[in-house]
Design a binder for this molecule. Structure first.
Ligand SMILES: [Mg+2]
Length: 308
């Protein structure tokens, strides 16, 4: 049985660089934060970027949200005075991040209109987001982008670990933030939330396989006609779709990134994250081949309406 009058039973999409320009958003917001933190503790963006890189490596995520309170220079400056740290560098940095993120955190052209049309034309078609970002961070982003409510389910990795001061055993978080963390804030989302183990990260097949199993599509028979999977990364997303014998759409527009932005990202991103979070276009003839290439997110509408 198909969903509405679409030939598909399920649509799964990646988030970063597929529904919005993650690199532009994160580099802009993170640099703004680093500048303010540097000002608070009399350091520099370059020094703190290097420290952030280390923290991200330890926590296994470039989007570890409590990075400021784990930076050695920040800890050295404030010592055991956690309150001063939280009301100083941490809060000011977070405010700068959010302020800088606002103008750049926009879905790609036609994303909202397209999701709206899918919801209207194919109300029974489940739309699922699958990401390697921590679940909380993924939902925070979808909520800020104003598109969380279009999804039926969000699949992400485990929520970030709470930072603790080793000498005082104090949690280095404002009460308000800690509460959100403990309550596993879901932004009023009515759909399904699934937290995947860290080793389910793409391009391993287990995350997407879990989605397929949850929607009773674990048998590979006819799956290429029944499941549409969209991602910007040929190696990670398309390769994964090919392994699972589902129809893979490559969001080529998401792989179009200016070199200056990528060099700026490289200053605070662990090397493995550059490859993880960004697909660099190349002439790699061995790159996995998509079933269809999207030049715009709205190309999904043709895909969903065409009987193959
Ligand atoms: Mg992506």
């Amino acid at each position: 049985m198909t969903a509405g009058n679409s030939p598909y039973n399920l649509m799964v999409t990646d988030i970063d660089n597929t529904v919005f320009n993650w690199v532009d958003y994160y580099v802009t917001a993170f640099n703004a934060m680093l500048d303010v933190v540097a000002e608070c503790i009399d350091s520099t963006r370059v020094i703190l970027a290097g420290e952030a890189k280390e923290v991200f490596s330890i926590h296994g995520s470039i989007e570890y949200p409590f990075v400021t309170q784990e930076m050695p220079s920040v800890n050295k400056f404030y010592g055991d005075d956690i309150d001063a740290m939280l009301t100083g560098a941490v809060r000011k940095g977070r405010n700068a991040f959010n302020l800088a993120a606002q103008p750049v955190m926009r879905p790609y052209t036609n994303v909202i209109e397209t999701l709206e049309k899918i919801r209207k034309s194919y109300p029974a078609l489940p739309i699922v987001a699958l990401t390697d970002a921590p679940r909380y961070v993924a939902m925070w982003k979808l909520n800020k982008l104003g598109i969380l409510h279009y999804f039926d389910a969000v699949y992400g990795l485990a929520d970030p670990r709470v930072p603790i001061c080793l000498t005082t055993n104090r949690i280095k978080l404002d009460n308000e933030i800690l509460l959100k963390h403990l309550q596993q804030m879901n932004f009023g989302f009515k759909g399904k939330i699934r937290i995947l183990p860290d080793d389910y990260e793409k391009p391993g097949i287990r995350g997407l396989k879990t989605v397929l199993m949850d929607y009773d599509l674990d048998e590979p028979i006819d799956r290429r006609e029944r499941v549409l999977w969209i991602g910007d990364n040929l190696r990670k997303d398309v390769g994964l779709g090919n392994l699972l014998k589902i129809r893979s759409a490559w969001a080529e527009y998401g792989a179009d990134l200016p070199p200056a932005l990528l060099s700026s990202l490289a200053l605070f991103s662990p090397a493995q994250n550059i490859h993880k979070n960004v697909y660099l276009k190349s002439n790699d003839l061995n790159a996995p081949k998509p079933d269809v290439v999207f030049q715009d997110f709205s190309d999904v509408l043709n895909e969903l309406s065409v009987v193959k």
